[in-house]
Design a protein. Structure first.
Ligand code: FES
Length: 217
């Protein structure tokens, strides 16, 4: 969130709180990928450079491909016009956003992979009843073990896609440091509503190893 929005939220909590509640409710029936695409288009429409980069990265983290973002820009052509679309692509290339410019071929290759199996941990190293974070860049995973059952979730906040940090874990609760949203294990649920729950990942246990299947598309 921008400093200005932080300031307004602090100074006018009722008005701004109602505004954010409106935004949350307005998008509550949409899936996270559609919400992310709409956010990208609004940033192009208002030509907000920082916001465009931020929301495009969030859309990518939510599983939207760079090809889908390009399609959305072109589909919004009647409202955006060519000059805004060219401006947006220039911004994304200049900021080195994955999937645009030179990185596009590599991203397309990744996008063509429908699912990726990632070895994230040994079962024995996972504590009981406490979430832990594993995985790598762009593939951060939260794991939660109960007995010999392990649940896995994408470690990205469902509010604005921020990566959830290890230091935000307190037992079975994970707090996002960006705006304080919380998620509870074992279901990855969010008290703000079922639509904001963390995205679960299929888990397989094999030979003492925990593997998750990361859905790329
Ligand atoms: S990004 Fe806003 S609470 Fe996580």
């Amino acid at each position: 969130m921008s400093r200005a929005l932080d300031y307004l939220l602090r100074e006018r909590p009722r008005a701004m709180g109602a505004y954010f509640e409106f935004l949350r409710d307005a998008g509550s029936r949409l899936d996270p990928r559609t919400r992310a695409l709409i956010s990208v288009i609004t940033k192009v429409s208002t030509q907000t450079e920082k916001g465009l980069v931020q929301y495009t990265r969030k859309a990518l983290a939510a599983g939207v491909s760079s090809e889908e973002i390009l399609d959305a820009l072109l589909a919004a052509f009647p409202a955006l016009g060519l000059s805004r679309i060219v401006w947006a692509v220039d911004v994304l290339i200049d900021h080195g956003v994955a999937g645009f410019g030179e990185a596009q071929a590599q991203a397309q290759e990744e996008h063509d992979v429908e699912a990726e199996v990632i070895d994230v941990a040994a079962l024995d190293e996972l504590p009981q009843g406490r979430a832990v974070k594993r995985g790598g860049p762009g593939r951060a995973v939260l794991l939660y073990r109960e007995g010999d059952e392990v649940r896995a979730f994408k470690a990205y906040c469902t509010h604005h896609g921020m990566e959830l940090m290890e230091r935000g874990i307190d037992g079975d609760t994970v707090t996002c440091f960006q705006h304080g949203w919380q998620f509870s294990m074992p279901a990855g649920s969010c008290p703000r509503g079922a639509q904001w729950a963390l995205e679960g990942l299929p888990v397989s246990l094999d030979d003492g190893r925990v593997r998750v299947t990361w859905q790329v598309r």
